[in-house]
Design a protein around this ligand. Structure first.
Ligand SMILES: Nc1ncnc2c1ncn2[C@@H]1O[C@H](COP(=O)(O)OP(=O)(O)OP(=O)(O)O)[C@@H](O)[C@H]1O
Ligand SMILES: [Mg+2]
Length: 281
């Protein structure tokens, strides 16, 4: 069975609520949580993104796919201004969160990153206890007024990240004492703890085994009730399983973005077709 026919079967087996409307291309009328218009990124003289236009719909999962080096991580980092921290990196164009320019002069990047959180490829717990990892953001942003409230935030975040049952009796142990899959869920709990509106995930499962991956994928599906999620993945089956929208990037361009089922069953561009059928990338 080819990769695409496998994905097509999978999509057939798992109809999504959205599919029943029979509407295409975001016609379901969901509001855009974030928008990108004409986004170009340069690293020194080298151009990595060539004018990206993309809508990110609220409470949905958008998957970014494409060959290595096409600019997926670069684009993801534009959304919460993580590129600001890279020397020589310049961003042009417009990115809006709830219609407001995130590169506007009045916007504080630290506050923005509390609203648009990020989970990285390699789990990166701080060298602190499990509790303090999750409490870190609420503490620096002053989101909990006392110990009881902080305990509550930590517990809720760990529950939402599907980790509470495994760590409730060892909250004082270091975050690094957890397994890789548990560490990634800890990082998700840490991201959730500041009540972000958008969560960016850059290949969050690439360091995990299939069981831990399945756990994170289930979690992503649950999280989208409360958050808007953008996930970069090299795993086509994963994109098909977790996302409702998929955008295909190639050589710094966004080639097409559509309902995930459309991208995998009826791509319009031959570069997308080539990539999802494994001809290159
Ligand atoms: N910090 C940086 N400095 C200079 N060039 C960079 C930097 N980060 C990325 N690039 C370049 O920008 C382009 C896009 O890279 P990016 O990491 O966004 O690709 P990607 O699609 O995420 O790839 P992968 O799938 O391998 O993670 C590449 O040509 C890369 O070499
Ligand atoms: Mg990348």
């Amino acid at each position: 069975m080819s990769i695409t026919s496998g994905i097509q079967n999978q999509l057939k087996l798992r109809p999504r609520a959205d599919d029943r409307t029979g509407q295409r291309s975001g016609a379901a009328g969901l509001p855009n949580k974030m928008t990108a218009r004409g986004v170009k990124v340069f690293y020194g003289a080298k151009q990595a993104l060539r004018g990206i236009d993309l809508d990110i719909q609220e409470n949905r999962v958008l998957a970014l796919i494409g060959p290595s080096g096409c600019g997926k991580s670069t684009f993801l980092r534009c959304l919460n201004r993580m590129n600001d921290t890279i020397e020589g990196c310049r961003v042009e164009g417009q990115i809006a969160l709830d219609g407001e320019d995130v590169y506007g002069k009045a916007v504080d990047a630290v506050q923005l990153r509390a609203r648009v959180g990020m989970v990285f490829q390699k789990p990166n717990p701080f060298p602190k206890s499990i509790y303090d990892n999750v409490a870190y953001g609420p503490r620096i942003h002053g989101l909990a007024s006392g110990r009881d409230e902080l305990d509550e935030v930590v517990q809720t975040s760990l529950k939402r990240a599907g980790l509470w049952a495994e760590v409730k009796d060892r909250l004082r142990e270091p975050g690094t004492s957890l397994s890789g899959g548990q560490q990634q869920r800890l990082c998700i709990a840490r991201a959730i703890a500041v009540s972000p509106e958008v969560i960016l995930m850059d290949e969050p499962c690439s360091a995990l085994d299939p069981i831990a991956t399945a756990h994170i994928e289930e979690l992503i599906d649950e999280l989208r009730a409360n958050y808007t999620i953008v996930i970069v993945t090299h795993n086509m089956q994963q994109a098909a399983r977790v996302s409702q929208r998929t955008a295909f990037f190639h050589l710094g361009e966004m080639v097409e973005c559509d309902d995930t089922e459309e991208i995998f069953t009826n791509p319009r561009d031959e570069r997308t077709q080539g990539y999802i059928t494994g001809r290159y990338g």
